[in-house]
Design a protein around this ligand. Structure first.
Ligand code: C2E
Ligand code: MG
Ligand code: MG
Ligand code: MG
Length: 288
């Protein structure tokens, strides 16, 4: 009986594996088409000053609605794009689309905000990334101080000589650089000190830890202290509750982002929000 069950289990797993593989292949095929036919969209999630509630920036997040597959999460398709190399054209599309949109918002007087674009590891380590960014800024007319790049710890701590070189070039151009999902990877404190970076984004898992019972000390607090001592700005992602916000304010976190304030918004909703803010006499802060 055991033998038979073993055999059945084996069959069960192969079927499951087969399903996973075919979904992956279908996703890859559809993603290629979506990119060619411009079916991908960017949403924008405001970043907020926790003390004044003013919108201080935004993060661009990709969205994909496929007619057959429905809504596919970037958490699922970005890794596939990474593995297949599709991230290179996709990443270029994201950068160009976001810079163009931000420039348009400035020209129309909708918003003067820095926009953050996520770079996945392969995208960050691609040859000619810096040249590509310079071209896109030139082509769209966006000033470099209105562009921020969010790079994960893992991507930065890999090939550190090359990373240092790329970061220095980006810094020279005047781009703002953030470490995304900070605390989940393995940062060398030595490199953290040496790299010309501007900001640490505390990963949501540490924000989730904040609640009334664990107000004493937690990793979020440690990261804020670390950021302050390295002269870096600290941003909290995934803020969902008033308790989390209070905690972050008490510990002087510089910026917050999360559903408690705003979800990622499609272009029209973002524009409506910015216009309503202005109507309230609460204008979005201009960058210094
Ligand atoms: P991330 O850069 O760490 O982005 C934060 C994620 O948390 C986003 O998920 C955002 O929608 C979500 N989020 C924001 N506030 C809250 C909150 O209060 N509660 C909860 N539960 N979630 C919140 P999303 O949009 O699904 O993106 C997932 C990941 O996919 C991103 O993580 C990023 O690594 C990647 N990604 C998204 N867009 C792009 C892109 O354009 N290019 C690249 N290379 N990666 C992207
Ligand atoms: Mg991010
Ligand atoms: Mg993040
Ligand atoms: Mg995250």
């Amino acid at each position: 009986a055991a033998k038979r069950r073993g055999k059945n289990n084996f069959q069960y797993y192969t079927e499951e594996m087969h399903e996973a593989i075919s979904r992956r292949m279908i996703l890859e095929k559809h993603l290629r088409t979506a990119l060619q036919e411009e079916q991908l969209k960017m949403y924008y999630q405001p970043k907020v000053d926790p003390f004044s509630g003013q919108i201080t920036g935004m993060e661009a997040l990709i969205r994909w609605h496929d007619s057959e597959l429905g809504e596919v999460s970037p958490a699922e398709f970005i890794p596939i794009a990474e593995e297949t190399g599709l991230i290179i054209p996709l990443g270029a599309w994201v950068l160009r689309t976001v810079c163009r949109q931000n420039m348009k918002w400035q020209q129309e007087g909708v918003a003067f905000l820095r926009v953050a674009v996520n770079l996945s590891p392969r995208q960050f380590h691609q040859q000619q990334l810096v040249e590509q960014i310079i071209d896109i800024l030139h082509e769209t007319g966006l000033e470099s101080k209105y562009l921020e790049l969010e790079i994960t710890e893992g991507a930065l701590m890999d090939k550190t000589d090359e990373t240092m070189n790329v970061l220095r070039q980006m810094k020279e151009i005047g781009i703002f650089i953030s470490i995304d999902d900070f605390g989940t990877g393995y940062s060398s404190l030595e490199y953290l000190k040496q790299f010309p970076i501007d900001c640490l984004k505390i990963d949501k898992t540490f924000i989730d830890e904040i609640n009334k019972q664990s107000m004493q000390s937690n990793i979020a607090q440690v990261i804020i202290t670390l950021g302050n001592s390295l002269n870096l700005k600290v941003v909290a992602e995934g803020v969902e509750t008033a308790e989390q916000l209070d905690f972050l304010k008490n510990h002087r976190c510089d910026e917050v982002q999360g559903y408690y304030f705003y979800h990622p918004l499609p272009i029209q909703d973002f524009e409506q929000l910015m216009r309503s803010k202005r109507g309230n006499g609460c204008q979005a802060t201009l960058l210094q």
